[in-house]
Ligand binder design. Sequence first.
Ligand SMILES: C[S@@+](CC[C@H](N)C(=O)[O-])C[C@H]1O[C@@H](n2cnc3c(N)ncnc32)[C@H](O)[C@@H]1O
Length: 445
Amino acid sequence: MADSTPEQSSTPPLPRAFLDFLEENGIDPSIYVKGDAIPRYIRLKPGCENLVPEIETELGCELERVDWLPGFYAVPPHIKIASSEAYKSGKIYGMDAASGAAVLALDVSEGDHVLDLCAAPGAKLCMLSDLLGNSGSLTGVDVSRDRLAACRTMLRKYTLGDHCRLFIADGTSFSLLPLRPSVNVKSCVINGAGVASIFGEWTSKRSYKDRKNAVKLKNSIGSQLALVTSEPELFFYGKNSGVVGLQRSELFFVADNAEASNFGYDKVLVDAECTHDGSVKHIQKFEYWGWKTLDHRVLDAKRTNSLLHLQLQLLTNGFRLLKAGGTLVYSTCSLTFAQNEDVVEQFLKENHSAELQGVDAAKNWPCRSGRIPHTLRFDPNTSQTSGLFVAKFIKTDVGWSLVTCMNSFQECKRDESARKVHMHCLNFGNLSVSLLFFRISLWHC
Ligand SMILES: C[S@@+](CC[C@H](N)C(=O)[O-])C[C@H]1O[C@@H](n2cnc3c(N)ncnc32)[C@H](O)[C@@H]1O
């Protein structure tokens, strides 16, 4: 998480309603008491390792290396980093170690095309970008314009945006694939955007027409989180993001499931919106906001129900955009079963090509298993970090081919086109499955 919490800390006396909520969800209330004792974490910008003594002098404390997480250091909780020169000049990030672990669980490799579906304010996106270095591509999506603006500022501050694109969009329906140089995207006309306008280098100055449209959109949606229009808005792109030189119709090409499975992202992070109850610092903020606001922000059952629905939809769409063989990490900073294991179970029930995977590196991490084997839970007592749930999935090749074939087979029964099934199967280069379904479909149609 970005370093945006108040610098003061306290041990809040927790209200009865919140204690009941914790009990219902099997969460140990003592984590909120431990909150003041857990360290603050910083991540060093790669290449700044030799500046540790200098940063120690400036912050007035020792930077204690986190031996289970490369690039991370612990400092005492009272240390203020936001006003330091090291922070302002982009040499260090404020980021909890558990958040770093969620990013590492993705196993990003050089050249990967990565999607961060709930990207703002951007702590994980910056780490993903640092891991990719000068390779691959990074697509960040968030529904909130203001938060994504903070994300863009982060990318600029840390000079990371070169291979990155940011979209204001609803992650539950976002459908744009990475711009792989080897793939010839089909041109299509979207909302009259097919006119051959070519993207030049990014400029923060927008045309009069773009600004007018943005104002119209902002007025029509009323609130930031109410943005559910299907067309994404390109909010930023780097020189090497693949956008420069494209036509709008190529950039906004909307992928279907088969295309996503063939040419989708290698890695997808779904760091979903949640009640934030695992973040001790977030809960401590209610001391300032007033505990009354906790009722509708965390405890309100109606809001939680719609969050559960949102989390499942984000996970499902993130998985849809994943290439067969790719990896997805789902994380939340809630510790409730409902927002974590229950969402995972429902998702696995509905997605037969999804397989939960263990995180190899976690053998050395100070976390515990979730209720489902292979899932991970960080909390202040176990990990000396903020609370975080992490689940890692892969999209199995055959499973996905079969599901797509089955879907096509259903369609085939409707429109009596056996050839369609055959073509879908061939798309996957899965000849044996193709032949099998081709025979069945001929027999049925
Ligand atoms: C837990 S925060 C993400 C934190 C971020 N990954 C980071 O490391 O800084 C969840 C984000 O999800 C965004 N969000 C909520 N609903 C969304 C939706 N339907 N589509 C995309 N993003 C959404 C929120 O605006 C918020 O920025």
